[in-house]
Design a binder for this molecule. Sequence first.
Ligand code: GRF
Length: 226
Amino acid sequence: MTLSVGVLLSGGGSNLQSIVDHIDEGFLEARIRVVLSNEPKAGGLARAQKHRIQTSVLDHRSYSSREEHDSALLKVLQAEGVEVVCLAGYMRLLGKSLVRAYPGRILNIHPALLPSFPGLDAQQQAADYGVRISGATVHFVDEFLDHGPIIIQGAVPAYPGEGRDDLARRILTLEHRIYPQALQWLARDRLRLTDGRVHLLPDKERSVKGSRSQPLLVNPPLEEGF
Ligand code: GRF
């Protein structure tokens, strides 16, 4: 099934780009119906236009409440036949009515291993804390910030002494792989939400193997004998 996707963003849109690229390369069975931004200058808008994807700017500052802004977003999403909403660097919390309009059909990507470091600049939070492993999370969205059933997580090492930006770059590279993967599972109807947990069903039509060897990530690395 080709999934009809709407993308909400506020910034540069590199995650949008990776979704578009995976569609173009035939790995992701989806079509982006519309890209919505609350920021008129978001770089993601130009990326969408370059790929002839419809865009719409709904500046939250022009609305008197979150509910009004959300309901304007919802109108566009519904008018475009969007089935699944992807938050890709969308810097606003969604209100209840929007979340309830797409039950189990809104995804978010967060640059940390949730439930650690929700909120703004998760990469800085992780670097400040001194964690040795961080990563990224794709999850279904509920009414709370960076919260909801987890679909996929990926981990990267974090090194003492490196800056926030080096860690952020490593995490972003991973984001660009796990977000399209989560969407493809949804497109093939392989995700089931039971008791707040996400289960991944096997692909009925084809056998899909893990694309790379997946070693345990331990950082600093284990030494011989352990
Ligand atoms: C990403 O780090 C994402 O995890 C977070 O916002 C950032 C968006 O980056 N929610 P981009 O606009 O997709 O490049």
